[in-house]
Design a protein around this ligand. Sequence first.
Ligand SMILES: Cc1cc2nc3c(=O)[nH]c(=O)nc-3n(C[C@H](O)[C@H](O)[C@H](O)COP(=O)(O)OP(=O)(O)OC[C@H]3O[C@@H](n4cnc5c(N)ncnc54)[C@H](O)[C@@H]3O)c2cc1C
Length: 441
Amino acid sequence: MQWPEAMVYSGANMRPVSSWGRLGAEPHDVVELTDRAAVAGAVTGRTGIAHGLGRSYGDACLNPGGLLWRTAGLDRLISFDATTGRLVCEAGVVLRDISRLMIPRGWNLAVVPGTQWVTVGGAIANDVHGKNHHVVGTFGEHVRRLRLARTTGETIDCGPDERPELFKATIGGLGLTGLIIEVELQLRPTGGPWLDAETVPFSGLPDFFALSDESEAAWEHTVSWIDCTSGSVRGLFMRARPSDRSGRPWRDRMRRVPLTPPVSMVNGLSLKPFNALYYALGRRKSGVQVVHYERFLFPLDSVLEWNRLYGPNGFYQYQSVVPRAAALEATRDMLTAIARSGEGSFLAVLKTFAERPAAGLLSFPRGGVTLALDFRNSRTLPALFSRLDDIVRGAGGRLYPAKDARMPREFYQATYPDLGAFTARRDPGMSSGMSRRLMGF
Ligand SMILES: Cc1cc2nc3c(=O)[nH]c(=O)nc-3n(C[C@H](O)[C@H](O)[C@H](O)COP(=O)(O)OP(=O)(O)OC[C@H]3O[C@@H](n4cnc5c(N)ncnc54)[C@H](O)[C@@H]3O)c2cc1C
């Protein structure tokens, strides 16, 4: 079905759209996609970018002044084989819905990021990782087939064995190879929603590395929180694995930050006490506890719109990965630079990635250590980021586009060596704020 011209690009749907970092809300011509049979007609001959739930922090999902195809209305499950765990669904289906529906049936997504409010298409386009990267790799490794609508008018099916070059470009391809309409996913068998979880306090990076090495064989999920304001490196190492016990009845109690405060609530006054309290509370948890998977894997999802706490100017996330050999020194140098700058983070997360072949040409994860930190938007940040860039680059690392809103083009191009092969497979009509900033078009 061809969409009426007025619905496709009239300018009548111009409205401000921001991403998770809330760094601005430029007008976009928003087209809501709801019918998968109509997607090809909607994108043919146009220039724009797909937008899932806008959980990317920067401009990967934005196209200021231009067309934005919102995919959240493509939310149907198409088929499910309960014997093989193969699920076919539209690309706007939200990960939370898949997990909640499939876990009682003995299956779940292999990979989930730190929030469940992510669409299948968004998870593919950023080739997202979870706390179990050392066991199952990235989201793209579990995609068996996908259907792309290109602005050239073609609709193309691809997968690991069908048009593999286009498939590899689409996994982690930032929405730039076409609009993903539907996807076939391989789910993983699961025993239920409960996890055995343990929190282990650590002090110093060598301790973190020892805990990571010791935990990876026996624990499916590992991640650690670090207090980057304390001067010395201290943190909480959290690990979990499927449990055959059941926990206390679990209720999904969601709260919402009701408004945006006039100034950031994350500031020099609040950071130190918050971090000290969080560390102290974490230290008090001892032993293995049975917890619901949503509580362990998505602690931030219990407060909707927590990103408003950063005030009207928004915030940045800086997520790097550096190879293991350089990780101790690079992580220490980054934490020292952050402590010196006086800019701290509530959410400082450190995690190891396994060595495994990348699913996509532009996939972010690589073997090593990833550090992610949030920073309120302030005038001193450019100097800090430039120092952090030097450390990451010097260590042979790179930054995660899903979290980025500012990395210099030259840094990006030098650290994603398959960009040339990717560019050859781009859809000429797909363009985002990020693609213009980092790739020039
Ligand atoms: C609290 C929080 C925690 C997070 N934790 C993690 C984590 O642990 N690991 C991790 O890897 N990421 C993490 N992220 C990042 C998040 O998983 C990614 O940014 C994800 O891509 C967002 O999905 P989305 O549906 O909101 O897509 P959007 O942010 O709207 O879009 C992301 C990209 O996908 C493209 N896209 C969306 N739909 C389609 C489609 N149908 N066809 C083609 N392209 C499409 C867009 O063009 C864009 O390039 C986190 C984000 C938040 C807010």
